[in-house]
Design a protein around this ligand. Structure first.
Ligand code: ADP
Length: 171
């Protein structure tokens, strides 16, 4: 008998904060991989400052995925290809919401492939009712006092409520 080697998938992103769309993609990944590492990118190279600190983003992810020990969450800096190699990832997973995501994702996958020809990407689509969801929209609605409970898990909802209450009080 030749037992199959466990497959590790890396799901990278900023998760600022984790939404039900992200959750859906991470859990779906377990249909094709044995283990998922959610990689939270330090955003120092990005123009936008994250709304939540790395510690908060990781804590929310850990709470959200506390029910499944096949999903672990870690932060990373620098190139995705280096981090993927470091953790022994077999494949990188990204979510595709709409055609609008495709161009950026395709470009990024090709660039990463140039840097590491061994790297494989898979793209998963979320449940239809989550396909309009983005972390930035959730932040915006929460900031304006809207109800974001249909879009995030309870630990995230609490954090968002706290964060934007503080902000309103600080205004
Ligand atoms: P966002 O685009 O929400 O700010 P990230 O930058 O953290 O999220 O994205 C991480 C990955 O998750 C990307 O591949 C992104 O396309 C995917 N993703 C984000 N939201 C959803 C969703 N609602 N459905 C499917 N994939 C998603």
């Amino acid at each position: 008998m030749n037992p199959r080697r466990p497959v590790t998938a890396l799901y990278p992103g900023s998760f600022d904060p984790v939404t039900l769309g992200h959750e859906d993609i991470a859990r779906r990944t377990l249909r094709v991989a044995d283990r998922v590492v959610v990689g939270v990118a330090h955003t120092a190279t990005q123009a936008k400052r994250p709304a939540f600190s790395m510690a908060d983003r990781l804590e929310m992810l850990e709470e959200v995925f506390a029910d499944d020990d096949r999903i672990t969450c870690v932060s990373f800096r620098g190139l995705l290809v280096n981090f993927a190699r470091e953790i022994g990832a077999d494949v990188v997973v990204r979510g595709l919401r709409a055609v609008s995501d495709f161009e950026y994702e395709f470009q990024m996958a090709q660039m990463n492939r140039e840097m590491d020809p061994e790297m494989e990407f898979i793209f998963l689509t979320p449940d239809a009712h989550l396909s309009f969801l983005s972390a930035s929209l959730v932040r915006e609605v929460a900031r304006l006092g809207g109800d974001v409970s249909p879009f995030v898990s309870p630990p995230v909802l609490n954090r968002l409520t706290e964060r934007f209450r503080e902000q309103v009080e600080g205004d």
